[in-house]
Write a protein that binds this ligand. Structure first.
Ligand SMILES: Cc1ncc(COP(=O)(O)O)c(C=O)c1O
Length: 452
């Protein structure tokens, strides 16, 4: 087997596809065999138009090929995990090399310590780190540690950020709370981002009861000046643990996460996604005083901290070490910001030329661009989101977001901008003439909804 990259003929997605007949045939089977037809709801059929590639067969860089042989430029790859590119050669090589030495033993592998050292070099203020396979496990472990450390049950999470974990403490607070006892969801309180008073209020309403505060240092909206410091000060005044969820921001805002970018160091933080360029690897990092409760050298009640069969599969750790090396050597974060900025400028030009201000908005940092779609009255609209996705797919672009990777070349960005412009022309017509006239199937739906 050769892992060398064969030159891939990148027939940049032409005016377009697209026959989806093979994909559509397999969809029926997938839904019969797998609840939801996929293993992540955000990839589900209800998130994409009817005329869309339903299954991907392979990827290279930022290009993917579906079951019917259609080629696409992709954005937000692997739910933002694949930041370097699909099948990125140095990472594949590193993982493959490690796999040949075995992936899982009866005792720890040396590489566990190697990656621990490398991660702790990146994360300011973190003194210990433990690995996991999923971000959800890492944020849940942070919450458990905080509860054990403080001896308190309540937790405060940011109400304006969409996702922290698949586990009950978070999902129980969403629309998708079937199967989760109210008593568990009731232990989670919510505060508003950039509104320090709303956090003050929670601490005042529940004195001595809040174990931790969980938030992304930044999501779509930047923090107001001083806000993150105020959150940290408040946590410290009230003896609560500050936890940053760096799943998206880590290796994207900065290699050391949004905490490094903003210069505010939490007590615990959870990393994942980009850490392994798509390999299953996540990490909980933080202060020794708290993390050590998961260790073997204290007299406190022990915390069952991230102990799973596959937690330290060696090839995922090797992929992560190599990812860190590539990031450093090739200034990946700088590239992500630069290419995102290039795309943003082009899309904003298209918004202006098609008179879509306030109707199609591009938001977030250049390294993590997302868009919102609105109807003629300015209300958020799933129908218009569907139309936009549909028109992009016709033009060879899959873009549930405009989150770029290290593999999005200038040509990919420019090609995407052309597709966006053409999709915006249709969007404008749909605003003027009615979206139903242009929509070729049912609408997409929000991921976290209660009913199908
Ligand atoms: C901000 C944030 N936190 C946590 C998670 C959970 O990570 P995982 O899907 O690896 O469990 C996600 C996943 O999308 C996320 O976006």
């Amino acid at each position: 087997m050769s892992l060398k990259n064969e030159p891939v003929p990148l027939t940049l997605a032409g005016p377009g596809p697209k026959d989806f007949s093979k994909s559509q045939a397999l969809q029926l089977k997938a839904h019969r065999l797998i609840p939801g037809g996929a293993h992540t709801y955000a990839k589900g059929d209800d998130q994409f138009p009817e005329q869309a590639p339903a299954f991907i067969v392979r990827g290279k860089g930022c290009h993917v090929w579906d079951l019917d042989g259609n080629e696409f430029i992709e954005y937000g790859m692997g739910l933002r995990a694949v930041t370097l590119g699909h099948a990125f050669e140095p990472i594949v090589e590193a993982a493959y090399k490690q796999m040949q030495f075995g992936v899982n033993f009866t005792r720890p592998a040396k590489i566990e310590v190697d990656l621990a050292e490398a991660m702790l070099e990146l994360i300011d203020g973190a003194e210990m780190v433990k690995f996991a396979k999923n971000g959800s496990d890492a944020t849940t472990a942070a919450v458990k540690l905080a509860r054990a450390y403080t001896g308190r049950d309540l937790i405060a999470i940011c109400a304006d950020q969409p996702f922290f974990s698949i586990d009950d403490w978070f999902i129980g607070t969403t629309e998708l709370n079937a199967g989760i006892p109210e008593t568990i969801a009731g232990l989670t309180l919510k505060f508003r981002y950039n509104d320090i008073d709303s956090l003050w209020l929670l601490f005042d309403q529940h004195p001595g009861k809040i174990a931790c505060v969980v938030l992304e240092a930044e999501a779509a909206t930047p923090p107001k000046a001083g806000y993150l410091n105020q959150v940290k000060e408040l946590c410290e005044q009230r003896d609560a643990v500050l936890i940053f969820d760096e799943m998206i921001t880590g290796f994207r805002w900065h290699l050391g996460g949004a905490q490094k970018f903003h210069g505010v160091i939490p007590h615990l933080s959870a990393f994942g996604k980009a850490m392994g360029n798509g390999f299953a690897i996540a990490a909980l990092a933080g202060k020794r005083e708290i993390m050590r409760l998961g260790g073997l050298d204290h007299d406190e009640p022990r915390v069952f901290l991230l102990s799973t069969t596959h937690g330290a599969e060696t090839h995922a750790l090797a992929a992560s070490l190599e990812t860190i090396r590539v990031y450093r050597e090739r200034n990946v974060v700088e590239f992500l910001w630069r290419q995102g900025e290039r795309l943003r400028a082009l899309i904003n030009q298209s918004i202006a030329e098609n008179r879509l201000e306030g109707l199609f908005d591009l938001i977030g940092r250049p390294c993590n661009l997302v868009f919102t779609t609105h109807d003629q009255n300015g209300n958020r609209s799933q129908a218009f989101r569907t139309l936009f996705l549909q028109e992009l797919i016709k033009r060879g672009v899959i873009a549930p977001s405009f989150v770029v990777s290290f593999s999005h070349s200038d040509a990919d960005i420019d090609r995407t901008a052309e597709a966006v412009y053409e999709a915006h022309v249709i969007y404008r017509k749909a605003l003027d003439e009615g979206v139903e006239k242009y929509l070729e199937g049912r609408s997409v739906k929000p991921v976290n909804r209660r009913q199908n």
